[in-house]
Unconditional design. Structure first.
Length: 217
């Protein structure tokens, strides 16, 4: 790795400190790899905390076949992944962090405290204890002419040379949490084929009566 004039052994750089990036980092550090996570925000896991405002639905307790059927045409692509790390494995992972869970009337699984913060704190504590390095306020700018990663930081631009890079950049749905899709032109400039981003949610309008709007809007 090279940062400015400092050098060390090659390592893996994970760009993006959301749940996907942190999970990738966890697998790597458990395998004995030196890992550094870079994120543009002041802290990592912010989208996880946002999800926690609704109670943090971790998974569902329905049987595997019914669960898989909900993925429709994508089932064939996701089944191998879900068979390897499914609902039971995810619940076990949460319990390993010391977080108690309960099953709601809908069959969904939630943390006992209905909050994401305790889970995130426990997870980050374990990751740092395993040797993970987290670099906040590091906005990825692409690569330089020598192939090093470029980052904008509060102390100016820095270059990082990694043995491998994992991109866990999110979509473009939550710019205030770091998911602003600023990575799209960076990869397009390297001739990487990118499927157009599409909304994952939808909205609709209803013409409520004046009585309803006045009393309940």
């Amino acid at each position: 790795m090279t940062i400015g004039n400092q050098s060390a052994e090659p390592h893996v750089a994970v760009i993006g400190g959301g749940p996907a990036g942190l999970m990738a980092a966890e697998v790597l550090v458990q395998g004995g790899t030196q890992v550094d996570v870079y994120d543009t925000m002041p802290s990592v896991g912010r989208k996880l905390l946002l999800a926690g405002k609704g109670g943090l639905n971790i998974t569902h307790t329905e049987d595997a076949e019914r669960f898989l059927s909900r993925y429709g045409a994508r089932r064939a692509q996701l089944e191998l992944l879900l068979r390897s790390f499914g609902a039971d494995a995810l619940s076990a992972w949460v319990h390993e962090l010391g977080i108690e869970t309960f099953v709601g009337s809908s069959g969904r699984v939630f943390p006992r405290e209905m909050k994401a913060a305790p889970l995130l704190r426990a997870w980050l504590h374990r990751l740092r204890g395993a040797g993970l390095h987290i670099h906040a306020r590091h906005r990825w700018l692409g690569w330089d002419h020598a192939g090093a990663l470029r980052f904008a930081t509060p102390d100016g631009e820095k270059s990082v040379r990694a043995g491998a890079v994992v991109l866990a950049l999110g979509g473009g749905s939550w710019a205030r949490l770091g998911s602003d899709a600023a990575w799209v032109p960076l990869l397009a400039a390297c001739n990487v084929a990118i499927a157009p981003l599409q909304p994952a949610n939808c909205g609709f309008e209803i013409r409520w009566s004046e009585h309803f709007r006045t009393r309940f809007a």
